[in-house]
Design a protein around this ligand. Structure first.
Ligand SMILES: Cc1cc2nc3c(=O)[nH]c(=O)nc-3n(C[C@H](O)[C@H](O)[C@H](O)COP(=O)(O)OP(=O)(O)OC[C@H]3O[C@@H](n4cnc5c(N)ncnc54)[C@H](O)[C@@H]3O)c2cc1C
Length: 231
């Protein structure tokens, strides 16, 4: 029978990050079990790979503050190109309410130490990105996404030696990388469970799941109908 010190199920960003951080810390006997023919065929390989810190929740902002420098130094640290390019994200507010939301997030991000984030007005956007003005959108993409009600990942201890983390709401590259690092530290007993970025909770079904699903799918259909009428 094959044995290992640590068995990781799933070779996406989370599993790969746990494996990397464990082996970087000297752990030699780590096995990643992946059901596909190679790693990264789940969400990770399908994602756009954007790592950003412009979030609204402090935990998500903080996790990105680790991952952005991690990917910026990836090629040198691992001797393998990851294709990271610091291009930035532009969020455009289309009404006063949305602008207020972005402004609050901006203030939170600056307070948490994010240095290269700024508010730009419409005039500056036109100068910075001339291609954004007078753009007629030809296509819009939308699809379903699984969401946690707190907009945060979930960390569970399923049994004394079995840990699980999931639920990134479509933004798991930066957060998943940090969770990999933190889980590696926890496994290596470098930190205590109370130092994890999120509390350990019992797995439980979402409350009022079918009502919420209906609410979101109806809401998105109404939004898409309104968009279609405007085109
Ligand atoms: C179109 C799209 C665009 C996205 N863009 C971004 C983005 O720009 N930035 C961002 O941060 N996030 C983005 N995301 C979200 C991001 O991809 C995910 O949050 C993240 O990849 C989740 O990583 P994971 O390791 O948890 O899961 P996965 O990458 O899905 O990895 C899980 C792995 O486990 C394997 N597995 C499952 N069950 C078993 C089993 N029983 N035995 C063995 N192996 C198993 C799967 O095959 C898979 O390889 C995007 C997602 C999509 C779909």
């Amino acid at each position: 029978m094959r044995t290992a010190e640590v068995v990781i199920i799933g070779g996406g960003i989370v599993g790969s990050s746990i494996a990397y951080h464990l082996t970087a810390a000297g752990c030699k006997n780590v096995v990643v079990i992946e059901r596909e023919s190679s790693q990264g065929k789940g969400s990770t390989g399908k994602s756009m790979g954007g790592v950003r810190a412009q979030f609204s929740t402090p935990v998500n902002i903080q996790m990105s503050l680790y991952s952005i420098p991690f990917y910026a130094a990836f090629d040198q640290a691992l001797g393998y190109p990851c294709g990271y390019r610091a291009q930035g994200y532009l969020f455009c507010a289309t009404n006063a309410e949305h602008l207020a939301y972005l402004r609050t997030n901006f203030e939170k991000q600056v307070a948490m130490g994010l240095k290269d984030v700024r508010l730009v007005n419409a005039g500056e956007i036109r100068k910075l990105f001339p291609q954004v003005t007078n753009v007629d959108l030809e296509y819009a993409w939308y699809g379903s996404i699984g969401m946690t009600d707190t907009h945060l990942p979930r960390y569970h201890r399923l049994a004394p030696q079995v840990l699980s983390v999931s639920g990134y709401n479509g933004r798991g590259i930066a957060a998943g990388t940090v969770f990999g690092q933190m889980l590696a530290k926890l496994i290596l007993k470098e930190i205590e469970e109370c130092e994890m970025p999120l509390p350990c909770t019992g797995p439980q079904a979402a409350k009022f799941r079918s009502v919420r699903s209906l609410y979101y799918s109806l809401g998105s259909q109404i939004a898409h109908l309104a968009d279609a009428r405007l085109v």
